[in-house]
Write a protein that binds this ligand. Structure first.
Ligand SMILES: Cc1cc2nc3c(=O)[nH]c(=O)nc-3n(C[C@H](O)[C@H](O)[C@H](O)COP(=O)(O)OP(=O)(O)OC[C@H]3O[C@@H](n4cnc5c(N)ncnc54)[C@H](O)[C@@H]3O)c2cc1C
Length: 455
């Protein structure tokens, strides 16, 4: 990079990356729990993709039964600390709270869930679940993100011998390596990994399937396989200058920030982020918090078309990020290092068959924005070759096709869930998929079993 932003002091970094929503105290949690109306039809529970029995866990907080509260939450969701801190609650459980309709503040479900789970993790951690007797069958799980973790936890309690293969050196997927540190620190994500490890799940890290171990070996070794590999690198911009020094993939940048060695991450003085999804917002707010002086978002459509949530957009605006809407990058300029980005203004037309508005370049509207760093955040693709070699697995529009009830792929022995089947949603969706896939696997391997799982 040509111009690197001045390094901050450790205190400044810690202040900039301090958590957005601090935890509830015991008293404030009890007061908040007592505000809940325990609605008979629990709209919050319906709005949660993992269908946590929210009224019930809140009632248990109100009565001081914190272990019972944590158990209720874990029954539906194996990564509830991450979800409590990173879920877009405004559009899920809290958005559905009856208080919203009355024009009042919704129950702080996310913070109450965090209170219950942290109380458990900070306790002597008594065993909450009993494991079924070993059934002699084993399952291989590829990827230790929330989908893989949920699948592993559920299968392990059902009596399976479970091994998780993870390419990274530290498990947890994007919970550990992606989610902005002011929402969730690595150490919190790892508490969930340790909890699941305590069920007897084995983790083989630094093991990339397709490179360090062949998929065929895994296929022969295990009775069933779950694929929870998420998505891969960011989509290329396909414009000149994309390979200059100073052009980086949003995920690489965010992964460096998640290491929490803030002073080791270089950020330009002026940074342009291409794209306006939630990853792009994370990249701009993180760049700003690392000390970048000016940060821009360049997006070819308008505010209504952004996939970033409103509250994420507001956060970026409060960090003084400048948005260039209806603007397309044309070329990244510079000799060896990024020096600027040439953009062109566009006019928006009708929506196409994908529901996206067509863009039409406005002639002679080019302008150059001087920048030292360009971060690409225009979506991700599945970038695992091994999956393309399994001929029964269908990939449509960049997503692995599965049965929507069992999460089984075209190959009966292989199941999949999370971002690789939905194209990139939220942690809570991946957690649900992994759990449901575990039941799909159980049905496939244990089809004579009479009763449903009761814990
Ligand atoms: C920058 C960013 C910020 C986000 N912030 C939020 C947020 O605030 N809130 C929210 O709810 N959601 C957020 N999300 C979305 C959320 O993180 C994902 O939806 C979720 O993590 C998907 O889980 P997953 O299990 O499908 O995959 P991932 O979490 O991506 O995990 C996949 C794992 O598989 C491993 N893997 C891949 N290939 C192989 C292989 N061949 N062999 C072995 N291992 C392999 C990877 O190393 C990785 O650990 C964010 C996403 C991004 C990119």
């Amino acid at each position: 990079m040509k111009n690197i932003a001045e390094k901050l002091t450790n205190e400044e970094y810690e202040k900039n990356f301090a958590e957005l929503h601090p935890p509830l105290t015991q008293n404030s949690a009890a007061t908040e729990a007592n505000r809940c109306l325990y609605c008979y039809d629990s709209p919050c529970m319906k709005a949660c993709p993992t269908h946590i029995d929210i009224s019930s866990f809140i009632k248990k907080i109100a009565t001081g039964n914190l272990l019972g509260s944590a158990k209720t939450i874990f029954k539906s969701n194996w990564v509830p600390l991450t979800c409590a801190r990173a879920c877009p609650v405004q559009v899920l459980c809290e958005g559905a709270c009856v208080f919203v309709e009355k024009g009042e503040k919704p129950i702080e479900i996310g913070r109450l869930q965090r209170f219950a789970i942290e109380s458990y993790f900070n306790s002597y951690k008594p065993q909450l679940f009993s494991k079924e007797k070993s059934n002699g069958k084993n399952v291989g799980i590829i990827g230790s993100g929330p989908s893989g973790l949920a699948c592993a936890a559920e299968l392990s309690l059902l009596g399976y011998d479970v091994t998780v293969y993870e390419a990274n050196k530290i498990p947890g997927g994007l919970n550990t390596w992606g989610i902005a540190p002011y929402k969730l620190r690595q150490a919190d994500s790892l508490k969930e990994v340790e909890f699941i490890k305590s069920f007897g799940v084995k983790f083989k890290t630094n093991t990339k399937v397709g490179e360090d171990i062949s998929f065929n070996d895994l296929y022969k070794k295990h009775d069933a396989i779950f694929i929870g590999i998420g998505l891969g690198e960011s989509t290329r911009l396909r414009i000149p200058g994309e390979d200059l020094t100073g052009v980086v993939d949003a995920l690489d940048f965010i992964e460096d920030v998640k290491n929490e060695k803030w002073d080791k991450v270089s950020v330009g003085k002026r940074v342009a982020v291409i794209g306006a999804g939630n990853t792009s917002i994370d990249a701009v707010t993180e760049a700003k918090r690392l000390g970048a002086e000016q940060v821009y978002v360049i997006y070819r459509r308008g505010t209504d078309d952004m996939s970033a949530y409103d509250f994420e957009y507001e956060l970026a605006k409060s960090d003084e990020v400048i948005f260039y809407f209806k603007t397309m990058p044309k070329k990244i300029t510079g000799d060896n290092f990024v020096e600027g980005i040439e953009c062109v203004k566009v006019k928006l037309g009708e929506k196409n068959e994908k529901g996206k508005r067509e863009t039409k370049v406005i002639p002679n509207s080019e302008f150059i924005l001087p920048v030292d760093m360009v971060i690409k955040a225009v979506g991700q693709n599945i970038s695992n070759n091994f999956i393309n070699d399994i001929y029964e697995i269908k990939i449509e529009r960049g997503k692995v096709v599965v049965d929507e009830d069992t999460f089984q792929t075209g190959n009966k022995k292989i199941f999949a869930g999370g971002d690789c089947i939905n194209g990139g949603k939220e942690v809570v969706n991946a957690a649900y998929d992994g759990k449901m896939a575990a039941h799909g696997i159980d049905k496939y391997l244990n089809s004579n079993k009479k009763s449903a799982i009761i814990r």
